[in-house]
Design a protein around this ligand. Structure first.
Ligand SMILES: Nc1ncnc2c1ncn2[C@@H]1O[C@H](COP(=O)(O)OP(=O)(O)OP(=O)(O)O)[C@@H](O)[C@H]1O
Ligand SMILES: [Mg+2]
Length: 310
């Protein structure tokens, strides 16, 4: 274990008995203490399976996991105590109140009561006003936030969030992101899955992409966005073109919107040169434009590209 590694996953395989395909195939991953790691992938890719194995809910077919240097099978109680899980599935209807639920969760892990800490969590998740309500009276988004409070109740060092913002409204999603970032500031390591790519873009330090049970890519978010992020400049033409003029065929360019737009693409390393030569070529060919806008590709576009090629 390196000094900064908190979680080590080695050669994990999972084959559910009733399924022809493995849900996970040879997944190895090292998570650094204090990072936010976003696990992305389409429905059925294996994200929840991976999280459920690490959190002890699902048994792997083979492979091993260490949390803080302890083996997750031999030292199950120790490793489980270091972990908090916000599961993808919502709680079943329950009669307990919000307050009793979080207090019980903390006790379950053998931690001494710490009501001021729990109170702070409920405030952070805008649930304090609901503390005396039975869980079954909460809305879907409130239940999701209660799951987060429950997962944090025993002060875990590693927090797994399996689609934390599914069904949470935009404003509360923001405050949840703030909470997650603050937790990281306090040294908590966070592994989240999400289908909202802007969430990963906003929060993650590193991104892993999983497809058909295989971890197809792990990379720093910033370098991923830089490496794959293409810049596009969209020109709105003064008069539409019926075909792409031959002079423009050396560039990565498309004609769109019934010939009214030219979409020029380039990768970041060659942006300035490419676009200036393109502008000169437009001028020489007497192709005039009324307007232009430029944009960088988002993580979403990068993600779709990667899945196509994996
Ligand atoms: N209990 C189970 N029994 C059999 N197959 C399962 C079980 N749980 C998951 N699977 C299968 O394992 C594969 C991975 O499922 P998993 O739930 O890990 O995907 P996911 O990436 O979390 O998807 P989603 O984005 O929809 O949550 C899927 O093919 C799924 O059908
Ligand atoms: Mg899932």
């Amino acid at each position: 274990m390196s000094a900064t590694e908190i979680l080590s996953i080695t050669s994990l395989h999972k084959h559910y008995g009733n399924s022809p395909q493995p849900a996970l195939e040879n997944v190895s991953l090292s998570i650094k203490a204090g990072e936010i790691f976003a696990l992305l992938g389409p429905n059925g890719a294996g994200k929840t399976t991976l999280i459920n194995i690490v959190t002890g809910i699902v048994t792997p077919t083979s492979g091993s996991i260490a949390v803080g240097g302890f083996d997750s099978v031999r030292d199950f109680r120790k490793t489980r105590q270091m972990i908090g899980l916000v599961p993808q599935e919502l709680l079943v209807e329950a009669f307990e109140t919000v307050w009793d639920t979080v207090r019980f969760s903390r006790r379950l892990f053998g931690k001494a009561p710490q009501d001021t800490y729990l109170e702070q969590i409920l405030h952070d998740l805008s649930l304090w006003d609901k503390r005396h309500q039975p869980i079954r009276y909460l809305s879907g988004g409130m239940k999701r936030r209660l799951l987060i409070a429950k997962a944090l109740a025993h002060e875990p060092r590693v927090l797994f969030l399996d689609e934390p913002s599914a069904g949470v409204d935009v404003e509360l999603r923001r405050s949840m992101w703030d909470l997650v970032k603050r937790l990281r500031g306090e040294g908590v390591t966070i592994i989240l899955t999400t289908h909202y790519l802007e969430e990963a873009e906003e929060m993650a330090d590193r991104i892993g992409i999983i497809n058909h049970g295989k971890l197809v890519m792990v990379e720093d978010k910033d370098s991923l966005m830089q490496r794959l992020g293409k810049k596009q400049v969209i020109f709105t033409l003064s008069s539409p073109l019926s075909v792409l003029p031959p002079a423009l065929r050396d560039f990565t360019v498309e004609l769109n919107s019934q010939g009214r737009q030219l979409i020029f693409s380039s990768d970041p390393s060659s942006t300035t040169k490419g676009i200036s030569r393109f502008l000169q070529t437009l001028q020489a060919a007497q192709i005039n434009f009324d307007d232009f806008e430029s944009k960088n590709s988002s993580l979403e576009e990068i993600f779709i590209q990667l899945l196509r090629s994996s």
